[in-house]
Design a protein around this ligand. Structure first.
Ligand code: MD3
Ligand code: FE
Length: 219
């Protein structure tokens, strides 16, 4: 399918087309662009009820990325560890409903990448400012590694680090732009990954912010 993969190249933002990061990890360039208005309205609806906050790591540091969640389960971190929880620890309330536009986009993107029938029950929403970073980690708090993770990037660009199955494995670097959607599954699901410290490259719509949300089957 090489002709399909490279029709539009990988030159930059908003160009369409796909970039394979691994055997079962693919960037769908600009896939979310037609849905940006609905997605940002969804982010506003979620953060009105569950504001962005910087969580503590088990090691006692404050994360530079601020986060919130929507859907039945939300990812949280505190001194005692990482876990998925049905309630926002800050309010004691259930996390806000997952906006329809999030679930629909994730399902379509997953199918496009070879994972039909994706039904996420958790969505972690990350907010980056200039200097925010996410050090290399694995996502392993979800119950079923057979389900993919779908990630949507909005606002300022970021450099994504994609390593291997061990923290010390060399990581490749890939830019992620406003509107890009990435699907990770199968053999690529447990690879180490992270985000380099963000440069301040203000985005016309979102200013000096990057919003990334990841849809998961956590329970
Ligand atoms: C590869 N977020 O929330 S999204 C995370 O841009 C996270 O905010 C980054 O890593 C961000 O956990 C990267 C891309 C991503 C998400 C989950 C993955 C890549 C992944 C799980 C397995 C492998
Ligand atoms: Fe992650």
């Amino acid at each position: 399918m090489a002709s399909n993969l490279d029709l539009f190249g990988d030159g930059g933002p908003g160009q369409g087309g796909r970039v394979a990061l691994g055997p079962q990890a693919v960037v769908l360039r600009g896939y979310a662009l037609p849905e940006v208005d609905a997605l940002l309205a969804g982010v506003d609806a979620v953060t009105a009820r569950a504001p962005f906050r910087c969580m503590e790591t088990p090691g006692g540091y404050s994360m530079s990325v601020a986060l919130t969640n929507c859907g039945a389960l939300g990812w949280t971190s505190d001194a005692s560890g990482y876990r998925y929880s049905p309630r926002d620890p800050q309010s004691g309330q259930p996390w806000p409903d997952m906006p329809e536009a999030f679930a629909r986009l994730a399902r379509a993107a997953a199918a496009e990448a070879g994972f039909p029938g994706f039904a996420p029950d958790a969505c972690l929403v990350n907010r980056y400012e200039p200097g925010s970073r996410l050090s290399l980690h694995q996502d392993r708090n979800e119950r079923d590694y057979g389900a993919p993770i779908v990630s949507v990037s909005l606002g300022m660009p970021a450099v994504f680090l994609f390593g291997g199955g061990a923290r010390a494995d060399k990581a490749s670097r890939t830019p992620l732009f406003h509107g890009d959607v990435v699907v990770w599954g199968g053999v690529d699901r447990l690879r180490y990954h992270g985000i380099l410290p963000l440069k301040d490259l203000p985005h016309p719509r979102l200013g000096s912010l990057r919003i990334n949300f990841t849809l998961r089957k956590a329970g």
